[in-house]
Design a protein around this ligand. Structure first.
Ligand SMILES: N[C@@H](CCC(=O)N[C@@H](CS)C(=O)NCC(=O)O)C(=O)O
Length: 206
């Protein structure tokens, strides 16, 4: 049984959603990142103390995209990861990583600045620039979604899981405004049964 350390609105949703799509057995171990006292069990899993992390037998891993790649490689094969020979493969690779490295990571800076920085430092150059870079990268997403149903072509893949988290995070936090194409795309991805189950299973109990 695979253990996912995470929480409902965190990037652990990517991992849980992927496992729902693949039909893998897992449990979600909630980590409250806002708790005053560090969670000792989780600290031993990830001394850098961020979510998500997984434990799969002797394996412990962090980084949501790397975890998805690991799960698909070790517990696949799965159509969620197109083969290198598949014409969809280059777009798949690009958007799988763009969802985190090019979007969610960059949007994190304006989001945390807005909510966590001291009042006088909320509107700062770094946060504005980071958002500007993310907005530029969104042009790639828009162009692709004007061409195809899913982000890597005509089949749903793990790149859609990566991308959905990034777009939904930016929209929920109010740092980006999505156009019609991206909004319709999110309705498609978030309407999947596996997504709905992943969300429910990521909810803290009680
Ligand atoms: N690139 C990492 C980012 C992980 C990340 O930023 N996680 C957030 C929650 S979604 C977190 O735990 N932040 C607290 C911290 O980094 O200290 C991934 O994709 O897993």
């Amino acid at each position: 049984m695979i253990t996912v350390f995470g929480g409902q609105t965190s990037r652990s949703l990517r991992v849980v959603w992927l496992m729902e799509e693949m039909g893998l057995a897992y449990r979600v171990r909630q980590v409250d990142m806002l708790a005053q006292t560090p969670d000792a069990e989780f600290l031993a899993v990830n001394p850098a103390y961020y979510i998500p992390a997984i434990r799969d037998g002797d394996v412990t891993m962090v980084e949501s995209i790397a975890i998805m790649e690991y799960l698909m490689a070790r517990h696949g094969p799965t159509p969620l990861a197109p083969a290198a020979t598949d014409p969809a493969f280059p777009a798949y690779q690009q958007f799988l990583h763009l969802g985190e490295a090019g979007l969610a990571t960059l949007m994190m800076v304006p989001v945390v600045s807005r909510f966590l920085a001291p009042e006088a430092e909320r509107d700062n150059w770094g946060a504005r620039q980071s958002l500007f870079w993310a907005e530029k990268r969104l042009l790639l997403v828009k162009r692709q979604l004007e061409r195809s149903t899913w982000i890597a072509g005509e089949a749903f893949t793990a790149a859609d899981i990566s991308m959905t988290y990034a777009l939904e995070f930016g929209r929920r936090q109010g740092v980006i405004t999505l156009g019609e194409v991206e909004t319709a795309y999110l309705a498609r991805t978030m309407g999947r049964e596996a997504y709905v189950r992943a969300l429910a299973n990521s909810m803290p109990m009680g």
